[in-house]
Design a protein around this ligand. Structure first.
Ligand code: LRH
Ligand code: MN
Length: 424
């Protein structure tokens, strides 16, 4: 299913007059509107290859039809998203769910859709059919050296595949931990994991990064071996300069102050990137900004402040990725909404009056500080985000265009109503 330029132009022409009125108004309100729009045009968010079908929970899965049946169709779907919003110019692969059998063909297809390959994701949380060494009791932490070696070799193989595709990073998330007190020696588990990560680190090309993704818990867990930002930072510091932490917004205990964690990891130069999503309770992998949009804004507020303090390149210096799972929404509509929410939070953070905020903080004018932040959060920056799409040749309203051109119906017609995508 391909969307043609003439289709987007007809969609945009219907919305242009209203858009220009709103844009004129907001550019009067926000002094740095033009530089914000340019930053939005440059900002690209990687789409997870494992989130293009309906995920489901351990209790049930309700397919929405027309799901991609292979990596080629996943790249086409992400190409569609990128055509619609101009901000989804990268794909993050999960191995072995999405192995590129013919690397050159896959690279050519991705390039055709304007996509590059972001961080690769290894998988040592599932046993593959007839796998000799089981991950039942963990992988890199495992008491058995043979199991650890199996997991290390898998990660090194994922790096090899990533090098061929032009990726520059490996994300390691471990479902390693224990279910009961007494099951695990925490120190030995930590050291086994560190020694294993060291072997993986040694296999990284010079220009690669490794992201150590932490997570508080999974149902039935008593302990998690990479359970929070502190443990992830311990590993990243002990591994070396190419190792960083990765913040998945859904991987925190309730009420964790994620924006403070982000600020400190950035200060320590050990923040590698993000898995954006939202959650009400656990690792719900819901649409970014759908439950706690103010938290997403506060996180970007710390990011902009912290990155500018270090002169970082907003586009290149951190890994911007979505990690989601869909149950009741169309996967592509859900991803379009997530990208929109992230772009809005970023634009709001770029519109914060930083000088005034520092002045208020310097005299403990708490009420004024809140006014300055909430002025930005309560400013409707959507016309700036839409203008960035327009300048990128994309749709003024991606979700509207997705529905206007019956994309899901076309996908069901081409692929069938019962197709099931690999992944979550
Ligand atoms: C773990 C996680 C990790 C991926 C998986 C699909 O919850 O966030 O990033 O490997 O989801
Ligand atoms: Mn994740």
């Amino acid at each position: 299913m391909k969307l043609e330029n003439y289709q987007l132009e007809s969609h945009n022409s219907d919305l242009l007059a209203k858009h220009e009125r709103q844009l004129d108004f907001i550019t009067l309100e926000i002094s740095n509107a033009q530089s914000i729009i340019q930053k939005l045009v440059d900002f690209q968010i990687a789409i997870p290859s494992w989130a293009l079908g309906t995920g489901g929970t351990r209790f049930g899965r309700f397919s929405s039809g027309g799901e991609p049946r292979n990596l080629e169709e996943k790249i086409e779907d992400i190409g569609l998203l990128h055509k619609l919003n101009g901000s989804s110019g990268a794909i993050s692969l999960h191995i072995p769910w999405d192995v590129a059998d013919n690397t050159n063909a896959i690279k050519a297809l991705a390039a055709q859709h304007g996509l590059r390959f972001d961080a690769m994701n290894s998988n040592t949380f599932q046993d593959q059919p007839d796998q000799s060494q089981s991950y039942k009791f963990g992988s890199l932490q495992h008491v058995d050296k043979a199991v650890r070696k199996h997991a290390i070799d898998h990660n090194i193989e994922v790096i090899r595949q990533g090098v061929e595709l032009g990726s520059k990073a490996l994300t390691v998330w471990l479902a390693d931990g224990s279910c009961f007190p007494g099951q695990l020696n925490f120190r030995k588990a930590f050291h086994n994991t560190l020694e294993s990560l060291r072997e993986i680190y040694a296999a990284l090309p010079n220009d690669w990064k490794i992201f150590v993704e932490y997570k508080a818990f999974e149902p039935n867990f008593y302990s998690t071996t990479v359970g929070d930002w502190g443990q992830s930072l311990l590993f990243a510091n002990k591994l070396g300069p190419k190792a960083y932490t990765l913040v998945d917004l859904g991987h925190h205990l309730p009420n964790a102050n994620i924006e403070q964690i982000v600020s400190l990891l950035l200060m320590e130069e050990k923040l590698g990137g993000f898995h954006f999503n939202d959650s009400k309770y656990g690792d719900d992998d819901l649409t970014a900004g759908s439950i706690k949009p103010y938290q997403l804004f506060l996180i970007f507020n710390e990011l902009v402040e912290g990155m500018d303090a270090r002169g970082m390149d907003h586009r290149e210096d951190l890994g911007w990725m979505i990690d989601a799972s869909h149950n009741v929404k169309d996967p592509l509509e859900d991803l379009l909404q997530s990208v929109e929410a992230i772009m809005i939070a970023y634009a709001q953070a770029l519109s914060v009056d930083r000088v005034a905020l520092q002045e208020a903080q310097a005299i403990n004018d708490v009420a004024r500080s809140q006014e300055i932040l909430q002025q930005a959060f309560r400013t409707d920056v959507r016309p700036l985000v839409a203008e960035a799409r327009l300048r990128s040749g994309a749709a003024l309203s991606p979700l509207q265009a997705f529905r206007k051109f019956n994309v899901r119906q076309e996908l069901i017609k081409n692929r069938g109503a019962k197709t099931v995508a690999t992944g979550l």
